[in-house]
Design a protein around this ligand. Structure first.
Ligand code: PGA
Ligand code: ZN
Length: 450
């Protein structure tokens, strides 16, 4: 059995230039893993608490040196000598070290940094890639496949330049397109979109995530320019490629109304619902994330009931990757798709419980990046290893996003190779760790027909 030999943390900067944690974990063999924590721009009420130094003299108060100390002084001694494949047991230990409701004592960011390192170290101790280790250990998916990717093309809302209300305008390649071809499609459309924006003399600078932030004045103009870009390629809209949207409606909801710049008067929930209906029809938006405010659940329910058979109504901030919330929201049918981001909670075990909770009612799962990213590509392995329906890693721009897409390329190639030598592998691979009882195997659901 491999054991944890040492664990150290340090402060690094994320893609937004904000401090975050990087952890290195050594096994007794001398091999090591490194991981780092992504951070969101909008953090929700069901997330754990990020521990920040709040020292205004340094890193605008957002330093994580206390968290570094907690890892080096408190957590490391508790983990040394332990078996890294005991993810559930070690995650439990982390939660015992900080039993406050939202992990405000040691910090949710502190704990997830360590929990991610344990996952990577567990896989390393078996000499397996992380996605394969996850699949074999937890059996949350029968098949290893690359999820359908949701590529962001245009950054709006809080990630854009303040003229577009919706946070992400996305393209989704049809699920029959394999990953290398889907990546080719995304890169082709991204480059073509730039040309279209330049030809229209629109701003073609990029926003927080690396999507374009054009000075277009209406949300529907965005769909027009994206259609123009698609038409300039061999791809056929609504056959090869569809649209998705992360509305992130919490960010334009105040005073009981939705403030869309498209309209001179703010929308009621009913009017926004009608807007989505039209958009679904006119622009073939098959993925709609956070369409309404958190407390507007009546409309979440109505939208899911009305469009849910053909559209992924996706909850990010309604559930915050919290398994209890997912169970509740799923049973009330407020959404049929759940966005999971490891750094919204304190442990990998909690993320795996979210997968089971979402799957219980046959919902779809999106494994997603965050706005404040690092070059860590763990989410790519997670997406494949748990059999996510979708992977949402942002635009095909900026190294912290491309790290994930490049990792998917590598995994795709490994799966192709693995399938080619399946018979040989079956006789040579040793038996593996049993599934943990609390994260039970559930049948895989296939990608949605698009
Ligand atoms: P976040 O936003 O980085 O604030 O989590 C990304 C998203 O809404 O998907
Ligand atoms: Zn979102």
């Amino acid at each position: 059995m491999a054991t944890i030999q040492a664990l150290t943390a340090k402060e690094i900067l994320d893609s937004l230039g904000i401090p975050t944690l990087e952890v290195t974990l050594w096994l007794d063999s001398g091999a090591a893993v490194v991981t780092s924590v992504a951070t969101g721009t909008s953090t929700g009420q069901f997330e754990t608490t990020d521990l920040r130094d709040n020292d205004s003299a340094r890193m605008v108060g957002r330093g994580v040196l206390q968290a570094v100390n907690h890892i080096n002084q408190t957590i490391a001694p508790a983990l040394i000598g332990r078996d890294p494949t005991d993810q559930a047991g070690l995650d439990q230990l982390l939660l015992q070290l900080d039993d406050s409701p939202r992990q405000s004592k040691l910090g949710g960011n502190t704990l997830i940094a360590v929990s991610q390192a344990i996952l990577k170290a567990g896989a390393l101790s078996q000499n397996w890639p992380i996605y394969y280790y996850l699949q074999q250990k937890y059996q949350l998916t029968q098949n290893l496949t690359i999820p359908t990717c949701i590529f962001c093309m245009i950054d709006g809302g809080v990630h854009g330049s303040d003229n577009l209300d919706f946070q992400e305008f996305q393209i989704i390649p049809a699920s029959f397109i394999d990953y290398p071809s889907a990546l080719n499609l995304a890169v082709t459309l991204y480059q073509k979109l730039e040309e279209v924006l330049v030809n229209r003399k629109a701003v073609h600078a990029t926003g927080t995530l690396g999507g374009f932030t054009p000075n277009l004045m209406t949300n529907s103009e965005v769909f027009d320019v994206m259609i123009e870009a698609i038409k300039a390629t061999p791809y056929i809209f609504s056959q090869d490629v569809f649209f998705g949207l992360d509305a992130s409606a919490n960010n334009f909801y105040y005073g009981n109304r939705y403030h869309l710049k498209d309209k001179s008067q703010a929308y009621s929930s009913k009017e926004l619902m009608e807007y989505y209906r039209t958009m679904r029809q006119a622009h073939k938006v098959i993925y709609l994330e956070d369409p309404f405010n958190l407390d507007d659940t009546k409309n979440w329910l109505e939208l899911t009931a009305e469009l849910g058979s053909t559209t992924s109504v996706s909850s990010d901030s309604l559930t915050d990757s919290n398994s209890k919330r997912i169970t509740e929201v799923s049973s009330k049918k407020f959404a049929n798709t759940f966005v999971l981001k490891p750094s919204k909670q304190a442990t990998i075990t909690e993320l795996l419980l979210c997968v089971s909770a979402a799957r219980q009612a046959g919902n779809q799962i999106v494994i997603a990046h965050r706005s404040g990213e690092t070059n860590d590509d763990l989410v790519a392995d997670l997406a494949v290893g748990i059999g996510a329906n979708f992977a949402k890693f942002g635009p095909v721009n900026r190294q912290e996003r491309l790290a994930k897409y490049n990792r998917l390329s590598q995994i795709h190639q490994e799966i192709v190779n693995r399938n080619a030598v399946q018979t040989t592998l079956e006789v040579t691979v040793a038996p593996i760790v049993a599934a943990t009882p609390e994260v039970t195997a559930t049948p895989t659901i296939s990608n949605p027909p698009v």
